[in-house]
Design a protein around this ligand. Structure first.
Ligand SMILES: [Zn+2]
Length: 323
């Protein structure tokens, strides 16, 4: 028997957890990420919480896996994020090795989420899945034959940044007309605010859920209002589903995976998103190219990347045992 350590470093929350060698979650320590604290603050948190868990573990801890909420160079096992100070080209796996004396492997949150759902969630028992995370932005990860496919530059699966329109809407990546600009949480919140500005009478429910303030309207408020049948909110979610369907049909055409799994905060809207999405995909589909790829919601919710980090550590621990 042994245990493993898993970390999930996100823009708003971070988690450090202990799992057993069958992938069962034993204990999770969570906290809010301090963006102003930068890298050093985060490393302090990771170090102290990891040591706490290592001290409490009943069995030896053999390895560590990390899901990082930003770009990762998988080949070099480095973080590539430019958003938070100090993370650029930081060799996080090596830091864990030196600080906690554990072999470690690192991947980005979309790939980790894909691996987590494949091993422990909605993708269990399949041969291949495409996992899409719908939150502030849109990310994606692909598991083929049990392995995450990273691609030449660790960029495989970046579905949020496929240009789907000539509209010219500017994207955070520097491109224009990306899928993310139409159906991410940020896009949904923006659409809600635009509605509330133009026709406040039709946005009453969304506004109420946002404390009466247009600037506080979030994707969650829009999704909640849509789930309650509010027509403006339903319209916004349906429009997102329309664009999302195009993106996912590309996935079906290119990869034809066994399953497409939707995770992230926006996916928690549930049926109100899933129903129009499936309908749109059906309408866009061609009768001469029928497919059986299923589209489902993630089972592990917030924990998909953390379970993925665990799957990474179990691989690392198994390789260590062999060598
Ligand atoms: Zn983009």
């Amino acid at each position: 028997m042994h245990n493993v350590l898993a970390m999930d470093i996100g823009g708003s929350r971070f988690r450090v957890a202990l799992f057993d060698d069958a992938g069962r979650r034993l204990e999770v320590l969570e906290g809010e990420t301090s963006r102003s604290g930068g890298r050093d603050w985060m490393l302090d948190q990771l170090r102290s919480r990891s040591r706490e868990l290592l001290d409490r573990s009943d069995y030896p801890v053999k390895a560590c896996g990390i899901s990082f909420g930003g770009p990762v160079d998988f080949e070099r096992q480095q973080v590539r994020s430019l958003h938070v100070q100090g993370w650029e080209n930081f060799a996080l796996a090596r830091w864990v090795q030196e600080t906690l004396n554990l072999p470690c492997r690192l991947d980005n949150d979309a790939n980790a989420g894909a691996l987590g759902e494949y091993r422990f969630g909605a993708g269990r028992g399949t041969g291949s899945i495409f996992y899409m995370t719908l939150s502030t932005g849109i990310g994606g990860g692909l598991v083929l034959g049990g392995k995450v496919h990273h691609g030449r530059d660790s960029l495989a699966g970046e579905i949020g940044h496929i240009p789907v329109s000539e509209s010219g809407v500017a994207c955070v990546c520097g491109g224009r007309g990306c899928l993310e600009t139409f159906c991410s949480g940020t896009a949904i919140a923006l659409r809600g605010r635009e509605w509330a500005h133009r026709r406040p009478e039709s946005a009453a429910r969304v506004l109420k859920l946002s404390g009466g303030k247009v600037e506080n309207i979030s994707a969650r408020a829009v999704a909640e209002a849509a789930a309650a049948g509010d027509s403006m909110a339903v319209g916004i979610i349906q429009e997102s589903a329309h664009w999302l369907a195009r993106g996912l049909l590309m996935v079906v055409r290119l990869l034809n995976p066994d399953k497409i799994v939707l995770g992230g905060g926006v996916a928690r809207a549930g049926r109100v998103l899933l129903d129009p999405l499936r309908k749109n995909m059906e309408e866009l589909s061609s009768p001469t190219l029928p497919y059986s790829t299923e589209v489902e919601l993630a089972e592990l919710e917030n924990y998909s990347p953390l379970y993925g980090a665990t799957a990474l550590t179990l691989e690392t621990a198994a390789e260590g045992a062999k060598s």
